[in-house]
Design a protein around this ligand. Sequence first.
Ligand SMILES: [Zn+2]
Length: 228
Amino acid sequence: MFEYQLKKSTRRKTVAIKVHNKKVTVYAPQFVSNKQIEKWLFNKQAWVRAQLTKQLYITDTRQYPLRDKQVLIFDRAVNIEFKQDVKSEVIKCDNNLLITHSSRVKNLGQKYQQLLEEYLKEQLTAYIEMRLAYFCEKMGEELPMRLKIAIYKRKWGSCNSKRELTFNLHLIGAPYHAIDYVIVHELAHLRHLNHSKAFWQHVERFFPDYKAPSKWLKQNSMGLQWVF
Ligand SMILES: [Zn+2]
């Protein structure tokens, strides 16, 4: 199920769960048996897991090593391990991401964030560059003048009249299909710098199924953001 610490007390009258610092604590009255608690917790699994997942993205810089973390990469949960080695680098192996840092690193939390973000940016840039070339050709557009990937709070992408395109780094966690939609959306802005009917018709022409990924992104925007 999940690991937890059980704290029983004679004064308590109800059972309660607390998820804090990625740890689960269960408070229960003395008279409730461990078996009853287990049974009760069984039904709370989904909730506890959701709380833990939320907290996975929160890095406590005082904690070391920063273990048992996960990040979404193209809609797949990848485990992250952070440890000291001869140099700072990121190595991907199957479903694991090993982030190493040298012994000279002072601020581990900051280094961890920097290495992880650089890695994710590289992955997203490579994918977007490839798909931009594909969709530009399909849509009869020249390649954009500039491509920028950064963390934004309120947008997945943007496009301006200088043909500069930006994409939110948090898109890295989305499925390919949703990223493709954002690319087509921004490319469509090269012709229509608004969200007019003509704009949406243009999007639909090259990405007929645009409503599903657009809805998916709206519903999952919180889950795609990570906080250090
Ligand atoms: Zn738009």
